[in-house]
Design a protein around this ligand. Structure first.
Ligand code: SUG
Length: 449
């Protein structure tokens, strides 16, 4: 059964040189709480790279997606700002500092929002399908789409094996990518059940109150259709609970995570929990396996504790030696009831046997935990070979990326520093060097001229 041989590759986003705390993200409590703090881009990138190294050392295949050009000059020029780079940056800094913060955000690091990915085992035409997320709910994030699409097309260029679609073109239909998507399967390479979790319909009426939902049901449906899931493995669309969104779960991956047959979640994550679990069980049964449900009841862990600890923003990984491990943020270890839930899962004799807590505090302060920082792509050996190794990293490449970060990244960025025109030059120099390590061609606008 060749399908069962497939591997999951995690493509982590490398934090960019402009990582800062702009307070730009709606419904994201950590980002709001840390607005205006001084960031440390170098430390942020090193924390991310050490997660990648940790994964490589587990014997897993690890990928890395580069940061994007920031501040994003092409967007500013489209708005009519003109002159040299330095003139554009200083004019925007004076005229509209919030706009400058938006075009300077390093948010491309959270690659769980880069795209939705369906492995070839699930799709009607047997190719791996990608839809870059349009991220239309936030201006600073919508700037990622073009470059992300170019990067994915550069890595997954073989059209006989991969389809990289355009992002959902209707901006009213917000799409936030894999952060609102789970997949359950007996093994990575066998036909799975894909679960799309939307916030609400773009046409829903009435004042919602609380935080706005970012993911439109219509976008989830469009992605499932483009990925040929209705003729392939099938998909389930289910609604994220309003309570979870209002508690600060701006993406479903803050309250739920899956791997293989396992779904780990807070009991109030889904608006219609019982109906959803029923259809999930039936869909898994049709594929010949039972889901393993690891549920935290509200009495065990409230939504607020889930959001504070980022327990469910962990990665569940299948280890080459068999069994699964949880990769969690330190904040989960420091939240006693979150740690107790993990300990209960480990003691339950289920598939999850290990837990590892990593320091990702720089990203966490912007609401980005371990799972936000990675895009999962399940590939068969042939598909993996067809990437030509682009954007795959081993320890030597991680060493090289660490050296670039050490050389080019600042260790301190205060809000006022965003007005420094030198930041853009530093970013471009770093991106050229990072692109060489990752064997990427000209994917950034400034490299295309
Ligand atoms: O979209 N934060 C991101 C965090 C994304 C986390 N991703 C997942 N849950 N998968 C967001 O809210 C904050 C940037 C700032 O405010 O400067 C930000 O965009």
């Amino acid at each position: 059964m060749p399908g069962t041989m497939a591997t999951e590759v995690n493509f982590d986003g490398l934090v960019g040189p402009t990582h800062n705390y702009g307070g730009l993200a709606q419904g994201n409590l950590a980002a709001a709480a840390n607005e205006g703090q001084v960031s440390n881009p170098r430390e942020a990138a090193l924390q991310g790279l050490s997660k990648m190294r940790w994964m490589v050392r587990q014997g897993l295949v690890q990928g890395c997606l580069p940061p994007h050009e920031r501040p994003h000059l092409p967007s500013l020029r489209k708005m009519g700002f003109s002159g040299t780079h330095a003139q554009v940056v200083s004019t925007v800094a004076r005229a509209n500092p919030v706009l400058l913060a938006n075009v300077t955000s390093a948010s491309a690091m959270w690659t769980a929002n880069a795209a939705t990915v369906s492995p070839s085992a699930d799709t009607g035409d047997g190719r791996v399908h990608f839809t870059p997320a349009n991220l239309s709910s936030h201006f600073h994030r919508s700037l990622e789409v073009e470059t992300t699409t170019r990067i994915l097309r550069a890595i997954f260029a073989d059209a006989s094996k991969f389809a990289v679609h355009d992002a959902v073109p209707f901006h009213a239909f917000g799409d936030e990518g894999a952060a609102n998507h789970c997949r359950l399967s007996a093994a990575h390479g066998t036909r799975g059940v894909e679960v799309f979790v939307y916030g609400r319909s773009a046409f829903a009426r009435g004042a919602a109150g609380g935080f706005a939902a970012r993911q439109a049901m219509e976008a989830s449906h469009i992605v499932a259709t483009h990925h040929q899931l209705w003729t392939g493995g099938g998909a389930i669309l289910t609604q994220q609970s309003k309570a979870a969104i209002d508690a600060g779960a701006f993406h479903n991956d803050v309250v739920a995570v899956s791997n293989g047959p396992v779904l780990m979640y807070q009991a109030q994550a889904f608006e219609q929990r019982d109906a959803f679990l029923d259809s999930l069980k039936r869909a898994c049964d049709a594929k010949g396996f039972d889901p393993v449900l690891l549920e935290a009841a509200p009495g065990e862990l409230t939504l607020e504790e889930a959001v504070k600890s980022y327990l469910f923003n962990s990665q569940i990984i299948s280890l080459p030696s068999g069994g699964m491990a949880l990769v969690l943020p330190r904040e989960a270890e420091e939240t006693p009831r979150a740690k107790a839930f993990v300990d209960r899962v480990l003691a339950s004799n289920g598939p999850v046997r290990e837990a590892h807590y990593l320091d990702l505090r720089q990203s966490m302060r912007n609401g980005g935990g371990p799972a936000c920082l990675r895009l999962r792509v399940v590939l068969t050996p042939d598909e993996l070979a067809a990437t030509g190794g682009r954007c795959l990293v081993d320890e030597a490449k991680i060493d090289a990326l660490e050296a670039i970060v050490g050389r080019r990244y600042r260790d301190r960025l205060a809000p006022a520093d965003l007005a420094d025109p030198a930041l853009l030059d530093e970013c471009r120099l770093a991106l050229d060097e990072i692109g060489q390590v990752l064997s990427l061609g000209a994917v950034h606008d400034f490299q295309q001229a």
